[in-house]
Design a protein around this ligand. Structure first.
Ligand code: NAD
Ligand code: TDX
Length: 332
């Protein structure tokens, strides 16, 4: 696999994967990215231009996609509309990018018989009770809750159908919540860190009891690379690092890292249809493909992330005011 096409490679997790590939392999990467509000061109700035090329374009545009897929040994598909709150305000771009965009890529990889890896989310499985001893596995039935997660579920099912009906050489990964550098300030952890840095109290939806299973984006990258190299065609692999915490615990950790009292937060209007708990059992990936996370200390990962946002205020301030204005309209 000398030539990779990485869609959404200017986004939070896609750019982490591009940096991972440049650091750990000899592959050349072409990034196809529409550069929406969520993109970070700067996240690719320091990478060598003979290894990484950025093509600005839409994954739902077949004329753009076809020649790029024809020139690639493998496609790794990250591009998506990714934020649940935005999907509740306007689902339309989620259907267009996540469903029609994935369909467009699948048709191109079918035409050119190109290896394809599909990046998806644990949210396709719906949510768990807080005291449920089971975690999500590859056998858990799909039960998505939001416009975002239902479009991701739809895209996963398209991939499964293209494998079975057309012998497309695809794998799928469903990962838990990512954190790390370059994540947009609309997302939970960067929103709270940047609020605290701005002297504003963190804003927690509902009671804060909702649980997410956190993984560092670099561990997600190593998992996707492993699946691309070693994964069995047609298989799904769940990716997680045993990082379950409720939202209050996360906010309290961030407050204490930054030297504030741990009750210095506000509970605000809950998200409609808010999933209660996600939790991943990644046994299959660990035992079959030998993958393991490197970031196994979430408190240290959070402290490093706080340091990163403290050092990149110029970058995140450009997005902060507009993001908070949108949240204010919804009482969030
Ligand atoms: P992001 O919103 O930070 O980045 C998405 C990128 O896709 C942006 O650079 C954007 O410009 C690009 N994009 C959007 N629409 C496009 C289009 N039509 N054509 C080309 N490019 C387009 O998202 P993220 O958080 O980095 O998520 C990346 C992928 O990982 C998504 O598929 C998401 O579902 C999945 N995922 C995310 C998480 C998480 O915690 N953030 C967890 C599991 C899976
Ligand atoms: O201000 C906030 N306050 C708050 O309590 C925000 C923005 C969020 N929350 C809560 C909602 C969730 O319980 O924090 C939790 C995490 O919220 P998000 O960062 O919006 O993530 P989530 O909805 O869990 O989805 C994320 O993980 C799975 C990504 O955005 C998805 O792209 C991915 O598929």
């Amino acid at each position: 696999m000398d030539r990779l096409l990485v869609t959404g490679g200017a986004g939070f997790i896609g750019s982490a994967f591009v940096r991972y590939v440049v650091e750990h392999t000899d592959a050349h990467v072409t990034v196809l990215d529409k550069l929406t509000y969520a993109a970070n061109r700067e996240a690719l700035d320091e990478l060598p231009s003979d290894r990484v090329e950025l093509v600005v374009g839409d994954i739902a545009d077949a004329a753009t996609v076809d020649p790029l897929v024809a020139a690639a040994d493998a496609v790794v598909h990250y591009a998506a509309e990714s934020h649940n709150d935005n999907s509740l305000a306007d689902p339309s771009p989620f259907v267009q990018t996540n469903v029609v965009g994935t369909f467009t890529l699948l048709e191109a990889v079918r035409r050119h018989d190109t290896r394809y890896h599909h990046v998806s989310t644990d949210e396709v499985y719906g949510d768990l009770e807080l005291d449920d001893p089971q975690r999500f596995t590859e056998a858990t039935p799909y039960n998505p809750s939001s416009p975002y997660s239902s479009t991701k579920a739809g895209s996963d099912l398209l991939v499964r159908a293209w494998v079975r009906s057309f012998d497309v050489r695809a794998t799928i990964s469903n990962c838990s919540n990512n954190y790390g550098p370059w994540q947009h300030v609309e997302k939970f952890i960067p929103r709270q860190i940047t609020n605290i840095l701005n002297g504003v109290r963190p804003r927690v939806y509902g009671t804060g009891a909702n649980v997410r299973d956190w993984i560092h984006c670099d561990d997600h990258s190593s998992a996707v690379w492993t699946i691309l190299q070693e994964g069995r065609i047609g298989e799904t692999y769940l990716v997680g690092a045993d990082g379950e915490r409720n939202n209050l615990q996360i906010v309290q950790s961030l407050l204490s890292i930054l030297g504030y009292a741990t009750d210095d937060y506000d509970l605000v209007t809950d998200r409609a249809g808010h999933d209660l708990r996600y939790a991943i059992d990644s046994t299959k990936l660990r035992t079959e493909l030998g993958w393991a996370p490197r970031f196994d200390d979430l408190d240290k990962g959070l402290a490093d992330t706080v340091d990163w946002y403290s050092a990149h205020t110029e970058w995140w301030r450009r997005h902060k005011a507009a993001t908070e204005a949108k949240y204010a309209e919804k009482g969030h």
